[in-house]
Design a protein around this ligand. Sequence first.
Ligand code: BDR
Ligand code: CA
Length: 312
Amino acid sequence: PEPIIFDTDPGVDDAQAIAIALHHPDIELLGMTTTFGNVDVSTASHNALLLSELAGHQVPVAQGSAAPMVKPRHPAPAHIHGSNGLGDIALPAVQGRIDDRDAARFIVDTVDARPGEVTLVAVGPLGNLPGAVQLDPTLIDRVKRVVVMGGSVREGGNVTPVAEANIFNDPHAAQRVLTAGWPLTLVGLDVTHRCVLTPGHMARIREGQGELGEVLAGSYAFYRDFYQEMLGIDGCCPHDSCALAWLMCPELFETARGHLTVATDGDAEGQTLFAPENRAYIEPRWSRTPLVDVCLDVDGEALVEWITRTLA
Ligand code: BDR
Ligand code: CA
């Protein structure tokens, strides 16, 4: 199995992805690190602990960024994920405690123990990763890969016409992560908006997942209203699960190599700009950042079927 650290802000679609990370036989979930984003960071940690307990598979949960690196934090609007992050459904009590280490230290220690093996899958605002690199700059050469759910190249944004939420919520952290020089794949809205998890899929997941299935289905029902309103679709985009799908079934994706950079202020704040490999620009700085892989398209139906099969 592929050893991963899952960096997350659960969040309804994060919860679905966490369930996959806990259940998929080819994924070894070494731990979760949490960040503010869909909720404040302590709620994110609570939800991460709860989900792993409900799955009957406790993994360490280390708490991380409470706010963006530079800009002030604006709490996420509660109508998307609910004020508890899981669609405002009633939740059982949590038994376990968060790890004594903070997220950055947990990442450094975990990668230290298995150099070259660990993939960081980051599906929230990205502050924990620069935090870890600051503790240990050699991390960049010792993680196997970083897979980020965030950004958008051709699809446009979901917070502003150009910015996706995870990048918009901490553009300075995103800029560091996307240009750090580690092997990196960006799985953004170009992919996640091609995937619709329908009520039919969720019914199958609910049946397969016991108590965790009730939380996934209950929070899904809340999230679905938001998608109905925003995109006019019956179902929701399983954004964060798409990052795991890229790891497990890359053949479903169309990927391009190039340079990425993030706009950190002004009207374009949070936009990811992509310069495909082998294209020359008059302004040379566009080709100076390291090369990364960016997903441009996906077989959305097959991806959603993969999620459902994994959880059902
Ligand atoms: C991303 O933003 C969050 O609301 C979701 O959990 C996902 O990580 C989608 O833009
Ligand atoms: Ca998320």
